[in-house]
Write a protein that binds this ligand. Sequence first.
Ligand SMILES: NC(=O)C1=CN([C@@H]2O[C@H](COP(=O)(O)OP(=O)(O)OC[C@H]3O[C@@H](n4cnc5c(N)ncnc54)[C@H](O)[C@@H]3O)[C@@H](O)[C@H]2O)C=CC1
Ligand SMILES: O=C([O-])C1=[NH+]CCC1
Length: 313
Amino acid sequence: MSNLPVLISREEVLRLLHNNSDLIPMLESAMGMFSKRNSTEIIQPLRITVPLQRYNGFLGLMPAYVVHEDILATKMVSFYQRDQDSLLPAHQATVLLFDPERGDVKAVMDGTAITEKRTAAISAISTKLLMPPKAEVLCILGSGGQAVSHYEIFTQMFFFKEIRVWSRRRERAEQFARAVHGPVTVFSSVKEAVEGSDVIITVTMAKEPVLQGEWVKPGAHVAAVGACRPDWRELDDALMREAVVYVDSREGASNESGDIILSGASIFAELGEVINGTKPAQCEKTTVFKSLGMGIQDAVSAKIVFDQWKSQQ
Ligand SMILES: NC(=O)C1=CN([C@@H]2O[C@H](COP(=O)(O)OP(=O)(O)OC[C@H]3O[C@@H](n4cnc5c(N)ncnc54)[C@H](O)[C@@H]3O)[C@@H](O)[C@H]2O)C=CC1
Ligand SMILES: O=C([O-])C1=[NH+]CCC1
């Protein structure tokens, strides 16, 4: 290795991505390019997932080359189904940012923070495009790292009169409410939290559906972020079949999403197609955006972090 890569910590990544005005437009541009399926613009193979059966976990490898921006990166992310009382983190990730011409690694950075920030930003983009016109109530199911990053960007980008949170253990939802900087009401049942909500974010590690279609207000938007294995679910059949279903990537969703595979729901469009204007945003209907996560989202976020970091040296 000719030059040693720089190491960028979680704190630095969070600082450099906080309120970063480039994140949303760069993600939108990458998602739009991806949906054109032009290999001179984006190259992103399907995520490779290595099962770690002994530990109830997985290692995901997510390489991507954003050709038009000349960004080459790969994320390695481990994720585990932990016991409720486990003190070990459920997700940990590292992103390597390469120099595409030389082939060496320019930066090694905390990928957990990148994953939190870019996933929440993608859900916010889906919500901007697909939420009903008068959205007043936001509901978050789950209270982990993604719940916090979603709360942060959703309160920056939108105005909700009420924000609700539910978690499997009420004390975790109460902890979440104390940790976020702003108002939030804790609910003890999913049904009560969801009923009357205009936007619902599911960020749980559930393997069985936690959200039932019969509780969802017609016209609501659901950003479904968890359940990233073909046999895991967060949403029930009724919701998947009644809603207009959007995804980040058709290949990703058809291979990895239990909510899509097991319900037999059909995919209406990719988010990138809505961004490109080639598929409509059916805001008047109940919509589900099924997010699995993509290497290009990590790559553009890593580039923003690296450029900001360099400009401050
Ligand atoms: N779509 C994407 O791009 C990404 C999706 N994810 C997914 O988002 C979800 C949340 O991730 P993190 O907040 O980082 O995880 P976390 O471990 O910090 O939080 C998980 C939350 O799920 C809850 N939970 C666990 N098992 C449950 C069950 N059986 N039923 C209901 N709730 C349950 C926990 O109480 C906790 O509130 C995970 O499913 C993760 O795989 C994570 C990163 C990217
Ligand atoms: O995109 C991502 O990093 C992940 N999606 C599901 C687990 C981790």
